[in-house]
Every structure is written in C-alpha cells, then in structure tokens.
Design a protein around this ligand. Structure first.
Ligand SMILES: [Fe+2]
Ligand SMILES: [Fe+2]
Length: 197
C-alpha cells in the first residue's frame, strides 16, 4: 500500500489538484475494461434489458407480498388455518425475493423503482365474496406461483451466457416458487378429492 501511494506521489507536480488529476488518469489507464459478462461495454443493451426484467420480477414479488398478506388475514373457518399459516411463511420468503431482485438491479447499475411506478396485475388474488372460500385463495396462489415460475424461467434463459450471477440467484428463487406451488397444489387436491373445489 505504501509503495502504491509513493508511486503516485513521485509524479506530483506540486499543486493539490494536479495530484488528483494525475491519480485519476493513472487509475483509468491501469483499469482494464471488462470484455466478458453482463458488465462489459459490449453487453450494455442486454444489461439494460435485464434490468427491466428484474424490475418486473421485483414488482411481482411486491404484489405477492400484498396479496398474501391480505389472504393470510381475511379467511375464516377451520379449513383456512393451515393455508393461513403457510401464507404467513411465504410472505417472508417473497419479501426476501423482492430484496434480492432489488439488490441485483443496483449491482447492474440500475435504480430500484419507486412505488409510483407500481401497476397491479393479480386480479385473481382479490378477496373472495365469502371469507370461508379458501379454495378461491388456493387457486389464486397457484396462479401467482405459476406466473412467477414462467417468468423466472424466462429470466434464466435470458441470462444464459450473459450473467451467471443473476441466473444463479433466479434459479434459487425459482426453486422456492416451485416449492410454494407444490404445497398449494396439495391443498387443492384435498378439496378436489372431496368434490368441494
Ligand atoms: Fe417469490
Ligand atoms: Fe412464491
């Protein structure tokens, strides 16, 4: 570290600003540009496209947090309790996903959008007319999870050969969503077996 600083100091012309300018120039000269990966200049267009995909994923997770919060409180009845407990757990996981997407947007030199950009899409997860209609909630969750699974597979395809860090992150998130889907498919199966779904 000492020798690093001395190397710069030998070229100091005397004026403090001259030293800053020289250091900046030397740093630019010694910093190689990246040729590979999503941060490489030649991949700028695809990086920007990826940021847009990540923003959409971020909003999907945020809306899911809202929908699952409402649907973990509204239902009544003995049958609803297991669903409520699982939704409560999922809310924390979905929030964690949203935070991961936000962090990755920033790492890719993007900006996490503000709430004014939010547009709701989950019409199928609105409160049912009857608060005991837990099948409505289960079907809504299945639709949300299937939508996430489709879209995350799209991001995984998009990042292939471009951004393995995002790909790795989304693969892990995809596994969580597949787990959520499987659980709620199991709930639905029970109601279908009884003929009440
Ligand atoms: Fe999620
Ligand atoms: Fe999920």
């Amino acid at each position: 570290m000492v020798s690093f600083l001395l190397a710069f100091d030998t070229g100091w012309s005397g004026h403090p600003e001259a030293r800053v300018t020289k250091r900046t120039e030397e740093r630019r000269m010694t910093m190689p540009t990246m040729d590979r990966g999503v941060l490489a200049p030649e991949n700028e267009d695809r990086r920007k496209q990826l940021i847009e995909l990540l923003k959409k994923a971020y909003w999907m997770e945020m809306e899911t947090v809202m929908s699952y919060t409402a649907n973990s409180v509204n239902p009544d009845g003995v049958r609803a309790q297991e669903v409520i407990e699982d939704l409560e757990e999922d809310i924390q996981e979905e929030l964690g996903h949203a935070q991961e997407f936000a962090q990755r947007i920033k790492e890719l030199w993007g900006t996490v959008p503000g709430s004014m950009e939010f547009e709701a899409e989950q019409s199928y997860l609105q409160p049912p007319e009857e608060s005991t209609d837990i099948v409505h909630v289960i079907k809504g969750v299945i639709e949300a999870e299937r939508g996430a699974i489709d879209f995350y597979n799209e991001i995984i395809d998009f990042t292939d050969g471009l951004d393995y860090v995002t790909q790795d992150m989304v693969i892990a998130i995809l596994r969580d969503e597949e787990g959520h889907l499987r659980l709620f498919e199991g709930f639905l199966r029970e109601f279908e077996a009884e003929g009440t779904a």
